[in-house]
Design a protein around this ligand. Structure first.
Ligand code: CA
Length: 419
């Protein structure tokens, strides 16, 4: 009995208000397929939404996105999950826009929406805003989404070439696209990306990506157990000030996913095959109609064939093969499909030092403020970490550091009654 689809993924999700905000305007959703049939048609769906607007408005906008996108996606009759997902995001946009129009308090509210569908044929991403979807594979971190932010748009347009000062002077939080402010929205669709056993995906709000660098996110995502990875990422973001709400969903593809029924797509495989097929079919029909002397229908079929051919050509123009910058910059020039940025996901001595710094600062703050921490446990983790580091086992050392950070922060949260 092919029940492997149930075990084909694991996931971990954490959302946190952060250290400075009075409410959490992030929302997220995890909808695992509950039958094999649903898995084949819709797969597993994950959503992260980061709301913006005065107080309750941002919360409401992201909540509508996280609730309605899965609802519209699962209820859709469309046979193609890519189209169903895009339409679901667009319909959620309409809901948020209309709600904003009805009530002055919610006027102009907005939200990002990054969604990941794990399907038998691959991973599909629908995306608006600057929340992100990353993937780790074979020691590399890939950002699969393009940030709809002013700085990314200007970099992509080549307006910041070589001007690091100008680049760093642009506020990172100005976004150029979101759900809610307008009646319609353009949704970026990425993929389908092939899924290999061991691939890990991360969906996150900018409360995470604003506090952790890609070369930190990569090793933490790739090397730690996923629950620990999700927790420590949020803890580190908070220890660096936690200026924003933080939401993290990690999805891991297991060995068993390779046995999932149905075909898999190769990376970068074009989505335009049905259009090419339609063009070919109409052309064939035109030839046959021409042979049989039906000139009127032949002209209609020729026209349809030409329209489909033009549509396929235009889609092919926007689906360039993936080109990702290895130096952390956004590739400039014409927009391409993801991955947009790539860096190493291997733990390095430099990363271990940075995590050490986090622990040192945490410990000195705890001592200064007289927090009641079980240091014996934390110190024994740090001692073991040191041994691992000396033995050159950097991934093990990083895991022990992460456990020390998470353990200390859990004790602090319990004391502060934050749960
Ligand atoms: Ca945010």
């Amino acid at each position: 009995m092919p029940e492997v689809w149930k075990a084909s993924i694991g996931y971990a999700a954490v959302t946190d208000i952060g250290m400075r905000r009075s409410n959490n305007q992030d929302s997220h959703a995890v909808v695992k397929a509950d039958t094999q049939e649903r898995f084949i048609h819709r797969g597993h769906l994950f959503v992260v939404a980061d709301g913006m607007g005065a107080h309750a408005a941002g919360e409401l906008a992201s909540r509508i996105a996280a609730d309605q996108i899965p609802l519209y996606y699962l209820r859709s009759n469309c046979g193609d999950p890519v189209t169903a997902l895009r339409t679901a995001v667009q319909r959620a946009n309409t809901d948020i826009y209309q709600r904003g129009q009805q009530n002055q308090e919610f006027h102009n509210m907005g939200t990002t929406a990054s969604t990941l569908a794990i399907l038998p044929e691959g991973a599909v991403v629908a995306h608006v805003g600057d929340s992100r979807v990353y993937r780790t594979r074979c020691g590399k971190l890939h950002q699969l989404t393009f940030d709809h932010s002013l700085v990314w748009e200007m970099q992509a347009a080549g307006q910041l070439k070589g001007d690091a000062a100008l680049s760093s002077s642009i506020p990172k939080n100005i976004i150029t696209r979101s759900l809610g402010p307008a009646a319609s929205v353009q949704v970026d669709m990425e993929g389908p990306f092939s899924i290999e056993p061991g691939d890990r995906f991360l969906l996150c709000s900018d409360g995470l990506s604003g506090q952790l660098e890609d070369d930190e996110i990569g090793p933490l995502l790739a090397c730690l157990p996923i629950e620990l990875a999700a927790r420590v990422m949020v803890d580190v973001a908070n220890l660096r000030g936690g200026p924003d709400n933080i939401t993290v969903i990690i999805v891991e593809a297991h060995e068993a996913s390779s046995a999932a029924p149905a075909k898999r797509l190769r990376e970068g495989e074009a989505v335009s095959r049905p259009i090419i097929a339609a063009a070919g079919f109409c052309f064939l029909a035109a030839v046959l109609l021409g042979i049989s002397g039906s000139i009127g229908p032949m002209i209609v079929a020729l026209l349809l064939s030409a329209i489909a051919a033009v549509a396929a050509w235009m889609q092919a123009r926007t689906e360039q093969p993936p080109i990702a910058a290895d130096d952390g910059t956004v590739p400039s020039g014409r927009r391409r499909s993801g991955p947009y940025r790539t860096c190493s996901a291997k733990p390095s001595a430099g990363l271990l030092q940075r995590l050490d710094q986090v622990l040192i600062e945490l410990k000195s703050a705890a001592v200064d403020r007289g927090w009641d921490i079980d240091w014996q446990q934390v110190d024994s983790l740090i001692a073991s970490e040191d041994e691992m580091r000396k033995a050159g086992k950097l991934a093990d050392a990083m895991r022990l550091q992460a456990e020390a950070i998470v353990s200390t922060m859990a004790q602090l949260r319990n004391q502060a009654g934050r749960g």
